[in-house]
Design a protein around this ligand. Structure first.
Ligand SMILES: [Fe+2]
Length: 244
């Protein structure tokens, strides 16, 4: 319990005055959100797409055997998703680094509402291993892109979307005020998405007959499944510890 003053119950007198003033001074029509929806519709109709998938930069790349297998398919769909995983795994490394820094700090001083790394049962070695595995996955995807003649430095449209979508997670884990448990819950969001992303990518390489990539990605997914199980367990322990 703290000095949270955000709720209306904090001051019945002021809330009464506030509600009275709103009724008196606000002359808005009925708020049905129709205008907002109208603006969204218009913008959606006008808008261009979010970038494009670059074509393989080298003729040599396009002639590589893996690419030949994709004749008649749409390799750009795969390159788009590979670009997305590349971005996500790089972000994963950054998220883990921030969580590790948080756990180290929170075990030094107990300024954390009872949520220190040790009270949650977090192992720094395990966190570091997961972080290293995210980096390995990043390099795995980079190699996969190069084997297809694709340029891993190019940002694909879905990479752009993934980077924007994960911004909230990064903001939570790098905020110095968040607890170990809060950071782990943000990390859990990332790991859930990560697992789904690998499953989808493997579905795609299977479908495209890229057996070597399917096998290598399958090993990455096994590691991601362990990350997810473990992070979920830490989150549970953290919340249950807080509840006493
Ligand atoms: Fe992971």
């Amino acid at each position: 319990m703290g000095r949270n003053r955000t709720g209306i119950d904090m001051s019945p007198q002021h809330s009464k005055e506030m509600i009275r003033d709103v009724e008196e001074l606000t002359h808005a029509g009925p708020l049905d959100g129709e205008m907002l929806q109208q603006v969204r519709r218009e913008r959606n109709e006008e808008a261009d797409v979010l970038g494009s998938v670059p074509i393989p930069g080298t003729v040599k790349g396009a002639l590589k055997s893996a690419m030949k297998k994709l004749t008649g398919r749409h390799p750009e769909a795969l390159i788009n998703k590979l670009g997305e995983r590349l971005t996500f795994e790089r972000t994963g490394v950054r998220i883990y680094e921030a969580v590790i820094a948080k756990c180290e700090a929170r075990d030094g001083n107990g300024n954390d509402n009872g949520s220190t790394a040790s009270s949650v049962g977090v192992s720094l070695e395990t966190l570091q291993r997961f972080c290293d595995e995210e980096e390995e996955h990043f390099l795995l995807v980079k190699d996969a892109m190069e084997s297809l003649g694709a340029d891993p430095t190019a940002q694909t449209p879905d990479a752009d979307v993934a980077a924007v979508a994960s911004m909230g997670v990064q903001r939570v884990v790098t905020d110095p005020r968040t607890t170990v448990t809060q950071s782990l819950e943000a990390l859990l969001m990332a790991e859930l998405t990560d697992n789904a992303g690998w499953e989808l990518l493997i579905r795609l390489t299977e479908e495209m007959g890229l057996d070597d990539l399917t096998r290598r990605f399958g090993r990455a997914l096994e590691q991601e499944e362990e990350h997810l199980r473990q992070v979920r367990r830490w989150c549970e322990q953290g919340v249950l510890a807080q509840a006493g």
